[in-house]
Design a protein around this ligand. Structure first.
Ligand SMILES: [Zn+2]
Ligand SMILES: [Zn+2]
Ligand SMILES: [Zn+2]
Ligand SMILES: [Zn+2]
Ligand SMILES: [Zn+2]
Length: 297
């Protein structure tokens, strides 16, 4: 029962006679109006958007998100992918997820990733050289080491990387260390491989990650643990993404921040505060300093 002083939220005047209670307020029945068409809402079911009521039919026509797959306005359950696209429940359930960008994709594959896919050595090399140059600007030295990135298909990649149970890795690096009489004689990059067909920005960020491993390996930098090693490499990748102008870069940067994996995500969060505080070039020289000291002694 409305209190004696109940006022209509629509017109602000006191209500005498029938009152309608909705959205934590009272209304003259004719003043409870649809934000879309302006006509009174008589139905007991209605939609609410930004605190305002809508006829279900008006909401569906004017306001409801459209399914990115079938293009129809979505009436019931819906799903939003990490890129902000909406899908009706049926299509969300039936579409695959792109292994690279996590978008919902039709059987033909991911058009967004395909648009910038790095599939040939001729495409890969200049992009890789650009990332290498950026890493050098951050203070990573590669001491004249000669290496190039190689593209592997998924099958070859899982073979070469020894197929860990967590799925096919997108990239890996192998470094050989030659000892003579207990002394390190030489360290060499044997292989730096990335999966063929990655979208360019993901290729770039993975190249930065792998160059982190190369730098650590070539310099014999000891970083205490696997999470700290992967964390450093993820941090490089993250900083690369943050300075990139590619529109998809911030999605991949956020994915590194939000990664729940204890090695990659946990490692990143362990490394980040100090690295943020110093900036990459100083952080890199701090990492390099103690191991250089050991080598001299
Ligand atoms: Zn009123
Ligand atoms: Zn309406
Ligand atoms: Zn749909
Ligand atoms: Zn994709
Ligand atoms: Zn790694």
């Amino acid at each position: 029962m409305p209190a004696l002083t109940a006022r209509c939220k629509g017109c602000g005047r006191p209500i005498q006679g029938d009152a309608l209670a909705a959205l934590d307020a009272y209304w003259h029945p004719d003043h409870f109006r649809c934000a879309g068409c302006g006509a009174p809402i008589r139905e007991t079911r209605f939609d609410i958007d930004a605190g305002r009521p809508w006829h279900e039919s008006c909401f569906l026509r004017m306001k409801a998100p459209r399914c990115a797959h079938c293009g129809k306005p979505i009436a019931g359950a819906r799903y939003q992918d990490p890129w902000g696209a909406w899908y009706c429940a049926a299509h969300a359930a039936e579409l695959d997820r792109c292994p690279y960008c996590d978008r919902s994709i039709p059987p033909g594959g991911c058009a967004a990733c395909r648009a910038t896919a790095v599939t040939t050595p001729e495409q890969a090399q200049p992009i890789f050289t650009h990332v290498l140059h950026w890493c050098k600007q951050q203070g990573l030295r590669f001491a004249g080491a000669r290496f190039r990135v190689q593209l592997y298909d998924q099958a070859k990649m899982s073979q070469a990387a020894g197929a860990p149970s967590s799925g096919v890795p997108l990239g890996f690096t192998r470094i050989a260390t030659h000892f003579v009489g207990g002394q390190v004689l030489e360290r060499k990059v044997l292989a730096m491989n990335l999966v063929r067909g990655l979208p360019a920005i993901l290729f770039e960020s993975l190249a930065a990650h792998e160059l982190g491993h190369v730098w650590l390996g070539l310099h014999g930098v000891c970083v205490a643990s696997k999470p700290r090693e992967e964390g450093f490499c993820q941090y490089l990748s993250y900083r690369y993404l943050r300075q990139s102008a590619d529109p998809a870069a911030s999605y991949y940067a956020h994915r590194i921040e939000a990664d729940e994996d204890p090695v990659y995500g946990g490692g990143f969060r362990a490394v980040r505060p100090r690295a943020d505080q110093l900036g990459l070039p100083r952080f890199v020289s701090e990492l390099a300093a103690p191991s250089q000291g050991r080598q001299r002694s």
